[in-house]
Write a protein of this length. Structure first.
Length: 169
């Protein structure tokens, strides 16, 4: 059985889901790719949901730079490789999609890496917001570019704004 709850955060309401295998999902309030709750999902308490809530609160209050949670994202083998590589991008650091592709020994798979990054079921914890365009631009993000910008600024990544209000490094 998978348990879920909603929490408030500086980036809006987040849906958290976990089971005994680990944290399954963190979903933004207005996701680009909404996750369909399974028939075996129940709103309720689970120790991992409490721990995730605590660690996310610490992160948003700048008291946590690394998450220590049991994770169990569901995806293809390739997606899981990309998501594992996300965990190696340090707090306050960024990496291009090409750099992420190289990190998983698939330098020609930049588009596939971008697609897998966009399907990351555990944003913030698996920091897909730290992946940027090769030119330093902020590119698509499941929580929206304002949320991506907020998370990078929270981590101290300096961003410049152009005349159109978009941010680039």
């Amino acid at each position: 059985m998978t348990f879920y709850t909603y929490i408030r955060s500086p980036v809006g309401r987040l849906l958290l889901a976990a089971d005994d295998e680990g944290l399954r999902l963190i979903e933004f309030e207005h996701p680009r790719h909404p996750y369909r709750l399974g028939d075996d999902w129940r709103e309720g308490e689970h120790p991992l949901l409490d721990l995730a809530r605590t660690q996310l609160d610490e992160y948003f209050n700048q008291g946590r730079r690394r998450f220590e949670l049991k994770l169990a994202p569901r995806g293809t083998e390739f997606q899981r490789r990309v998501w594992s590589a996300l965990a190696t991008i340090g707090y306050g650091e960024t990496l291009s999609y090409a750099g992420l592709a190289a990190r998983i020994d698939a330098p020609r798979a930049v588009r596939a890496v971008g697609a897998a990054n966009g399907r990351n079921p555990l944003p913030i914890v698996l920091p897909c917001h730290r992946v940027i365009g090769t030119d330093g631009s902020l590119t698509g993000f499941g929580g929206g570019l304002p949320v991506k910008r907020y998370l990078l600024e929270l981590e101290g990544v300096p961003l410049e704004r152009d005349l159109f209000g978009t941010a680039s490094l």
